[in-house]
Design a protein around this ligand. Structure first.
Ligand code: XUL
Ligand code: MN
Length: 342
């Protein structure tokens, strides 16, 4: 079985950061999708407003119409939608968090917007909702009661689960950024919370490499933990140079051996057998020129495939010999040589 890849339109951005404005022109949405298809991408990851821009200003009918237009573009290109994620961190009503805001009106807004994402997902013939809990936590510890926060997260999940019984949800855990302390910093936290919902089987996770590194954890072990519970609904492979801002670098660009082990654990466990995609969440560097802004995606796929070959060459007999002798130095140099030899 071969892996199928997915990306999001935001992965080819205009290069703005906290210290400077955009440096590249916007690429039209339909053109991005066409280019993704030509690069060998199979599925598209969507925020709700990637599908329906300015979603808050539109009626239910308008949302439905625009989502149907996007479905047509996908169909014509032979692409599918992997997930729809409500963008719950830009609106003024989500300043203090969405599901965990201290304001009841804001929490209601978050739930309604997530339900609209379910409607959009259904139009796109997609059954997966993505929740990156961007502002669910605190900037100031004392500003929220964490126990109520966890409770509000479960209430939000239950609302989505009961709105549509065929929908599954992934939680994309991240320890910080934009907030100081996240209520759900790791895969383990997300899986524990999933068990408190009305339908634990339908709540899984999306492991992003950079988020695991930001939590000081090993991404491959985080992936393995989710696989053990049959809860790895998606992955966001990328890379990260230690404890910095969330860099979304090309996969393998910083931590090649960790990248190898992420691929290895996915290969060993037949990830994708239930239709899951190898998702990338990589950002073109600000320094890239417009025509070269797809390289972070292209290089990530290239590295993934090269590492897949390496994973398939991995010598399990030799591994066993090393384990029997408890000679892990030998195993370690074997892996390094495997990665270095072309
Ligand atoms: C944020 C992040 C998001 C989610 C989708 O760090 O990774 O792009 O993946 O909402
Ligand atoms: Mn992500």
């Amino acid at each position: 079985m071969s892996f199928k890849f997915s990306v999001g339109p935001w992965n080819v951005s205009e290069g703005a950061d906290r210290f400077g404005p955009p440096v590249r022109k916007s690429i039209k949405f339909a053109e991005k999708l066409r280019n993704f298809k030509n690069m060998g991408i199979d599925a598209i990851q969507f925020h709700d407003d990637d599908v329906v821009p300015n979603i808050n200003e539109k009626s239910k009918k308008e949302i439905e119409k625009e989502a149907k237009e996007v479905k047509k573009i996908l169909d014509n290109l032979g692409l599918v939608a992997e997930f729809v994620a409500p963008r719950l961190w830009e609106d003024i009503r989500t300043v203090d968090g969405a599901f965990t805001s201290n304001s009841i009106e804001d929490r209601e807004y978050a739930i309604n917007r997530a339900k609209t994402s379910v409607d959009i997902a259904n139009i796109l013939n997609c059954k997966l909702i993505g929740l990156w809990y961007a502002r669910e936590g605190t900037y100031c510890y004392e500003s929220k009661n964490p126990i109520s926060g966890f409770d509000h997260l479960v209430i939000g999940l239950n609302e989505i689960l009961s709105y549509d019984e065929n929908i599954k949800i992934f939680i994309e855990a991240k320890p910080n950024e934009p907030i100081d302390r996240s209520f759900l910093p790791t895969i383990g936290h997300a899986l524990a919370l999933a068990n408190k919902t009305i339908s634990p089987n339908r709540v899984g996770v999306n492991l992003e490499t950079a988020h695991a590194i930001l939590a000081g954890l090993d991404p491959a072990t985080e992936i393995a933990f989710a696989l053990y519970f049959n809860k790895l609904f998606a992955v966001h492979l990328n890379d990260q140079n230690g404890l910095r801002y969330d860099q979304d670098k090309a996969f393998g660009a910083e931590n090649l051996r960790q990248a190898f082990n992420q691929v290895k654990v996915l290969v060993e466990n037949n990830y994708g057998k239930n239709g899951e995609f190898v998702g990338l969440d990589v950002q073109a560097m600000r320094t890239q020129k417009l025509d070269d802004s797809y390289k972070a995606i292209k290089n990530s796929i290239k590295v993934f495939k090269l590492l897949e070959e390496k994973a398939k060459k991995f010598d399990y007999n030799f591994q066993k010999e090393c384990i029997d002798k408890r000679d892990y130095e030998e195993l370690e140099i074997y892996v390094i040589e495997l990665l270095l030899n072309g």
